[in-house]
Ligand binder design. Structure first.
Ligand code: G3P
Length: 240
């Protein structure tokens, strides 16, 4: 490889690393009312659901997905529950027909990866979930998944560092121009998880509504605003 080709390769690599417009915020919930409320902020880019979240909502899966798709234009992850490839494919095909923005969520098993390859060939978007290692993330990307969901909180729970996994996946994906899978940071438990994921350059975080609502809050913002308003009142002026 001559030096010009190497230089061009580096320029392209840098461009690929900074081609994101922003970090996307998804809500990790199947609670339709909560989604409706928080979507009014204009800051919700998509939704992720899983069988546990659907069970917690106490609602019918299909009706929940239809309702969410009437509120949210961005990607909505709907997870299959079959464990064999054929079953996952059939469920995925059915789920993908609910709305054009449904993303079929598949577990990171051999069967799930095979189903992913099949659905990707049918131009259906996929989210490969329950990712706990860099090698798994590499396989998800090789399978053409639109998203990979590394569960960082659950890694922290067992004494590992979930954010290290995000960093490793980011490095791996940045090394190969053909790996276009987006990193969707899941199992987010804290504000630190979000900020550090953004520092690493993860594409998306999916947030429990409680964590989403904690993001704007800071004691010094409240304190500063109180002081501004008190000083303003003393001027006896009005903007309107
Ligand atoms: O989408 C599911 C994922 O975010 C799980 O979160 O808190 O149950 O580990 P958690």
């Amino acid at each position: 490889m001559n030096s010009y080709v190497i230089f061009l390769f580096h320029v392209i690599s840098i461009a690929v690393n900074i081609n994101q417009n922003s970090m996307d915020f998804f809500l990790d919930t199947a609670e339709v009312d909560v989604i409706k409320d928080l979507s009014e902020t204009g800051l919700v880019d998509g939704i992720t659901t899983n069988p546990s979240l659907v069970a917690k909502s106490g609602q019918d899966f299909f009706s929940v997905l239809e309702k969410i798709s009437r509120i949210i234009d961005g990607p909505i992850s709907a997870e299959v529950t079959a464990i064999d490839t054929e079953g996952m494919i059939n469920e995925g095909l059915k789920l993908s027909k609910i709305a054009k923005n449904i993303v079929v969520k598949l577990p990171l098993t051999l069967e799930g990866l095979k189903a992913c390859v099949f659905l990707v060939n049918k131009k259906i978007r996929t989210n490969v979930t329950l990712c706990f290692s860099a090698n798994q993330a590499l396989l998800a990307a090789k399978s053409g998944a639109t998203y990979v969901s590394p569960f960082i909180g659950r890694l922290d729970d067992i004494g590992e560092n979930g954010l290290d996994l995000i960093s490793n996946i980011k490095s791996i994906y940045s090394n190969y121009i053909a790996l276009n899978t987006k990193i969707l940071v899941a199992s987010v438990r804290s504000l630190d998880h979000i900020a550090k994921s953004a520092i690493i350059g993860a594409d998306t975080v999916t947030l429990p509504p409680k964590v989403f609502l904690e993001m704007y809050d800071h004691e010094l913002t409240k304190k500063g605003l109180d002081a501004f308003l008190k000083d303003w009142a003393e001027t006896k002026q009005s903007i309107l």
